[in-house]
Design a protein around this ligand. Structure first.
Ligand code: SAH
Length: 268
């Protein structure tokens, strides 16, 4: 069933009236016909299943049949801090990571980024939004990932602090693994206290939880410099390895996102 993100105010009643560019896509590109079911999404997490009633040059009319909560959003919320990449590689990362379930993208300017890429970032913003929209529709997401404006690595480290667990895949890290970084912290050993065993509270020590908000920092083609990694460490970022093979920058982000989502149970 085809899925379309539409403005939220289109989905407030029992009927949906589609207008604008989507009419052409539904009628001419996808050749949808009256009687066919489609799904409309308003980016709230809800999905509206509707049946097409009629199509003309200006509008598509549909009647709502069912409304339900989408199931495509992962429990793990990954924010990808992706250094800007050459050519169209940043778009590839957006496309693949949207399919995988990343919820937020922050384009990062790090030391070895090509400066021209940073300048082009704002010009590409609309294209990036379109790529994300198409990837989200086809991969059954019910919320669109957010793309933020590009920022300097040094500036963003501060704001990532306190927003979850921060990981930085780094090709010169050979021992710290993603699996170990994501493992729940060990249960605290019971502290000997004169109160021990007296009240219910002692027996109800909360179990350590696995992280669910992850900040993932990925380098550009040339990687992060060791100074950048050292500064990141000071902000609590954990450098991790993705194994002995060096992945291309545009491969590494999707691979790291997939490993994290799998490890935390969000990929089946
Ligand atoms: N310029 C480096 C490779 C950079 S790879 C070199 O030639 O040695 C680009 C980015 O992908 C890196 O900044 C890192 O974030 C990630 N990456 C690629 N392979 C990796 C690996 N095996 N372990 C950890 N990170 C990796």
């Amino acid at each position: 069933m085809h899925r379309f993100f539409v403005p939220a105010d289109w989905l407030t009643g029992g009927n949906v009236t589609v207008s604008g560019a989507l009419v052409h896509q539904m009628r001419r590109v996808l050749r949808l016909r009256a009687g066919e079911p489609v799904i409309f999404l308003d980016n709230s997490g809800w999905e509206v299943e509707a049946e097409i009633l009629s199509l003309d040059d200006q509008t598509v009319e549909a009647v709502v049949r069912r409304k339900g909560l989408g199931t495509g959003e992962p429990r793990t919320k990954i924010t990808l801090y992706q250094s800007l990449l050459k050519g169209d590689h940043f778009s590839q990362v957006l496309d693949q990571c949207t399919q995988l379930g990343v919820v937020e993208f922050i384009p990062v300017v790090s030391e070895r980024c090509i400066v021209a890429d940073a300048g082009e970032a704002s010009a590409r913003y609309n294209r990036w939004q379109r790529i994300i929209l198409e990837a989200a529709e086809q991969s059954h997401r019910s919320k669109l990932p957010i793309v933020r404006p590009a920022v300097l690595l040094a500036a963003v480290l501060e704001s990532a602090k306190g927003r979850g667990l921060s990981l930085m895949p780094w090709e010169d890290e050979h021992t710290a693994t993603v699996k170990a970084a994501l493992a729940p912290p060990p249960l605290p050993s019971p502290a000997p206290s004169p109160e021990a065993g007296k009240g219910r509270r002692d027996r109800q020590t909360p179990r350590p939880r696995r992280p669910f908000a992850i900040n993932l920092f990925m380098g550009p083609e040339g990687g992060f410099t060791s100074t950048e990694v050292a500064i990141a460490r000071q902000y609590g970022v954990i450098p991790v390895t993705l194994g002995p093979r060096i992945l291309r920058a545009e491969t590494a982000g999707p691979v790291a996102a997939a490993i994290i989502l799998y490890e935390l149970g969000d990929m089946g």
